[in-house]
Design a protein around this ligand. Structure first.
Ligand SMILES: C=CC1=C(C)c2cc3[nH]c(cc4nc(cc5[nH]c(cc1n2)c(C)c5CCC(=O)O)C(CCC(=O)O)=C4C)c(C)c3C=C
Ligand code: FE2
Ligand code: FE2
Length: 327
């Protein structure tokens, strides 16, 4: 890793570091392969012994998956890059505008800007106290704990504080509920409201990962903020990877069953994703919308993530300044 050049500008007393998953640098098989290789070598993400996993990954999964996934990225690519990168950077700028006196940066767990490099840059600039906020409202060993691994490896010399989750933070819940209400005001209300969260293997939940319980708690809080009984909001899990059972019910199977049962319109939001990305824009808004129509539905109406909206920036800035919740 390169040592960043010292910066002569006076450092802020403290920094806020927003961390997201990361994304390929380009919508090409080569860039996607590089990204997936880093992602899928993380033991937090795939818990298979290396001698079994590495041959499968290098000789089967990466060669086959990279071109297919690159094509999907190409369909959603924005002028400034991958949506996840564009929206995360914009969110960090919007939060910075609300936190004078703080240095606000963003980093990615996989790809660029790499978390370890950003930590080294902050250290070189003389920043001492860093509040690290992974942009995952719900804690999981597959995501948040993986960020913690890097902090443990690369955070020496910095006073680090971590916000582990914000799945039931009232400001965040209100912002999600408001975004759903705004969608209803603009498009009218669909016959069903579905909240789709990224899945994880059921095995990890059985081993104690609190992710599923936090998704349920978020769903209950959002339903309450909307003034709806809990059972009027469907909770499903998307983006299954591999063959083992993941958290259920699965989003696509649920949408197809709804369409087959005569439901014509479904509103769908993805509150586990801070910003729009491949899994929301391609999987939900394109692929699942097509599957819903193919099963007899009329319209799957996707409600965008909070992205760099003023409401989201307010929520993140308030979390950064909160006295409680940092460890
Ligand atoms: C929101 C939280 C996320 C959890 C939990 C999560 C778990 C998880 N993901 C994979 C495998 C893949 N995920 C991929 C994309 C992806 N995942 C998240 C978030 C969570 N993942 C985001 C925001 C994205 C989109 C990134 C982007 O560039 O837009 C991918 C890459 C795409 C693909 O090849 O399909 C993989 C692979 C596992 C295995 C896992 C838990 C074990
Ligand atoms: Fe390997
Ligand atoms: Fe994922």
């Amino acid at each position: 890793m390169q040592t960043p050049a010292p910066d002569t500008a006076a450092p802020s007393a403290r920094a806020l570091l927003l961390v997201n998953l990361g994304t390929p640098a380009a919508p090409t098989p080569r860039a996607v392969r590089r990204y997936l290789a880093q992602f899928l070598h993380d033991y937090r993400v795939v818990q298979l012994t290396r001698w079994l996993w590495c041959p499968l990954l290098h000789f089967v999964i990466l060669p086959l998956r990279s071109p297919k996934v690159a094509h999907k990225y190409a369909e959603i690519w924005m002028e400034g890059g991958s949506p996840l990168a564009v929206h995360t950077a914009a969110l960090a700028r919007a939060v910075a505008a609300r936190l004078p006196g703080w240095e606000v940066q963003h980093a990615m767990r996989y790809g660029e800007p790499a978390l370890a490099t950003v930590l080294a840059t902050l250290r070189a600039r003389g920043v001492q106290e860093v509040r690290v906020l992974p942009l995952y409202p719900q804690y999981s060993t597959t995501t948040t704990a993986s960020v913690e691994d890097v902090l443990a490896r690369a955070g020496a010399g910095l006073q680090l504080a971590l916000r582990r989750d914000y799945h039931s933070d009232p400001g965040w819940v209100a912002a999600i509920a408001d975004s759903i209400r705004a969608h209803w005001q603009q498009h009218g209300r669909g016959e069903r409201l579905l909240l789709s969260f990224h899945g994880i293997p059921q095995r990890l939940v059985n081993q104690g990962d609190p992710y599923a319980a936090q998704c349920e708690a978020s769903t209950a809080a959002i339903a309450q903020a909307l003034g709806l009984p809990r059972d009027e909001v469907l909770l499903t899990f998307q983006s299954r990877f591999g063959r083992e059972a993941w958290l259920q019910p699965y989003t696509q199977a649920t949408l197809e069953a709804l369409a087959r049962s005569g439901v014509r319109t479904v509103d769908i939001a993805c509150p586990g994703f801070a910003v729009d990305c491949l899994e929301t824009l391609e999987e939900i808004a394109m692929q699942n919308a097509e599957a819903f129509r193919a099963a007899g539905g009329q319209a799957l109406r996707y409600i965008p993530c909070l992205n760099a909206s003023p409401a989201h920036a307010d929520v993140i800035a308030a979390l950064a300044q909160a006295e409680e919740g940092w460890q």
